[in-house]
Design a protein around this ligand. Sequence first.
Ligand SMILES: [Zn+2]
Length: 590
Amino acid sequence: MRAIEEVRRRAFRALIPPPRMPLSEWIEREMRLPEAVSALPGRVRLWPYQREIADAITDPAVERVSLVKPVRVGFSTILSGAVASYVANEPSPILVLLPTEADCRDYTVSDLEPIFEATPCLHGLLSAEADETGRNTLSSRRFPGGSLKIVAAKSPRNLRRHNVRILLMDEVDGMEVSKEGDPITLAERRTLSFANRKIIMGSTPVHEETSNVLRAYAQSDARVFEVPCKLCGSFSEIQWAHIEWATGRPETAAFRCPHCEEIVDEKYKPEMVEAGRWRATRPEVKGHAGFRLNALVSCLANASWAKLATEFVAATGHPDKLQTFVNTILAQGWRESAEELDEAGLASRRERFGLDEIPAPILMVTTGIDVQDDRLELTFLGHSRTETFVLAHMVIWGSPLDNTTWYELDELLKSRWPHPLGGTIGVDAAVIDSGDGGVTDAVYGFTRPRFNRKIMSGKGVSGFQRPAIQKSQAKGVPLFLVGVDALKAQLLSRLSRGRDIRFSDSLEPRYFEELTSERRVVRYRSGRPERVFERISGRRAECLDCFVYAIAARGLLTLDPDRREAELSQIVVSKKSSNTIRSAWLDRRA
Ligand SMILES: [Zn+2]
């Protein structure tokens, strides 16, 4: 395969034709935008960053162009310009690949046809072609010396019959692998018989790990667009980190030059961008031009720094909106923030409280229990009106098939601890994982006589849409189904973005290692990118499981917090206080 590729490459170099009019020049001289397509109809004036991208497309020494793009920088003008210029100047078989049928229809009707209508030298060039059933199709056109197909990546079988010289693909990160294969690979295969082929690819990146356009850019000469500072003249790529604004006033957003460290006002942006230039960061790569652009260089009114900073502020705290901002404005792939959770950071948040020092806001206590062959592990959570407190994590050594193990657990679950309001507090509900086949009967045997104390058997079920806890419909089985994926997702997002989960200083380092033992990643399953939880290799997860079950147990409670607060405030002198478990138990951790 490599040898064929090399022969093809050499043939390609030998075939380089004399220079033609660069695409940017052709677009500005010949192309006309109709009112339906642009707010600025008529002749097209390209921005400096658009010009070099356009020229790379018609540069005979360039075989591939890969563009990592944000929205609001006018890529569709370049795409249409490229199609139009090939039709007019270098008639060839052309294929445009877009993610869906709707994209194809929309592009043909709203962009391509109006531009061909409005542009004098293109007028009447495209004629509809009948498909095999005799119907005219929108997506297949003939013109003197060539043909144009517009195909949806969702129906890759339409790719089979045609060999093309010019392949243009837009929004490649929206193209999914189907059982017929990867549409991008299938489309590229159609170009192999042309020594002077062109493969043009553009997209807003989506997920960093699975992005097609980021992968292509990484193989290119990786150009970045740099503008000169108004104040010191040094060139830099404007990045989000360089945009600053006064706290609470995103409308004051401005650029801090990384060289002179002075603030440059938005009003200088057009002249800086006009004087900007592309720089290849991997100049040793030949024949593959890669461009990376973000919306910070866009001079459109809806992409002003102030407008973007306002959008960013509005998106903060909303992961979905933030991802849209990162993808479409910054043109960066999204990384799940949960991946950046580090156990050391969480451990450093430990505070002085625990079962023997219950914080006053706690109104309820729940326990989650994980069953292993040689031990039980359990986490005690305190719940205030707004926060979750991890009070303790403990281990009871002994086989789950041994009665004394369960006796120890029962004693712990019956304990009461002094509450600062004056009364005592105990475990309000507990869920024990009965999922492991060998111990199911033992767990059922323990929970069955303790339903009135809300001590229940639980079993994890996957799927992000599941409720936290729900009674199993299976008859005669005393079982609750726990939506572990949804609860883990909620936990990871609370841990990474908030501080409403608080940790006792009695927790050991291994607690935090296990709590962060799974991360949400993107995986291809049956060809589809999918987010799943994956265990970090070599880590145990009992503490995570206990946490999830203890949170699920909270769902069994329908207590009125006001009433509970009143109860805790009534000082009850009880003989049971001798039963209070103190730090002796805390020392029994593994
Ligand atoms: Zn400067």
